[in-house]
Design a protein around this ligand. Structure first.
Ligand SMILES: [Cu+2]
Length: 178
């Protein structure tokens, strides 16, 4: 019984920790997806998001007509798809942001990048996230949830983490059999 209880505690603890570390999922272009047709302004799309390390960037497209290539800043500016750092061609590519800073993506099909099928995904520190909900842009109500306007790294996330831990304690006690 004690063994069972410990397993439950370990399981709950792992799912709690895992839940905290899960990032958001962003579908590039939202419902329009990754396309050269229509009028998707990917610069505008990206500017409304707060991307963080661990977030998933999802490219949805017809693989007969499009692809995804991660390129350098220079190649991004000149729409050069000839020497990508990474290439994706499945039509449903999920790319997890692993670093802070710019991630430049463009379509490798001729003319598409020039037509605007390119996106700059800027990974920013998690501390800039104003609330527990990663899909929300910053708003007065969200930022007022922070108890202190401190710019210190990870203040927001550690506060959330503490709350989760306290919520977890009664569960753990229950599972042990107290
Ligand atoms: Cu394309």
């Amino acid at each position: 019984m004690a063994f069972f209880g410990k397993n439950v505690v370990a399981f709950l603890l792992m799912t709690t920790l895992f839940g905290v570390s899960l990032g958001a999922v962003y579908k590039v272009g939202d419902s329009a997806g990754w396309t050269a047709m229509g009028s998707v302004d990917y610069k505008k799309w990206a500017s409304t998001k707060n991307f963080h390390v661990g977030d998933e960037i999802l490219f949805n497209y017809n693989d007969q007509f499009h692809s995804v290539k991660e390129v350098t800043h220079q190649d991004f500016r000149s729409c050069n798809a000839a020497s990508p750092m990474a290439a994706y061609t499945t039509g449903s590519d999920s790319i997890t942001l692993k670093n802070l800073g710019h991630h430049y993506f463009l379509c490798g099909f001729p003319g598409h990048c020039e037509a605007g099928q390119k996106v700059d995904i800027m990974g920013t520190p998690v501390s800039l996230r104003p609330s527990a909900s990663p899909n929300y842009p910053s708003s007065p109500s969200a930022s007022s949830q922070l108890t202190a306007p401190s710019p210190a790294l990870n203040t927001a996330s550690s506060l959330q983490f503490n709350k989760l831990l306290w919520a977890f304690v009664p569960l753990a006690l229950l599972a042990i059999g107290f």
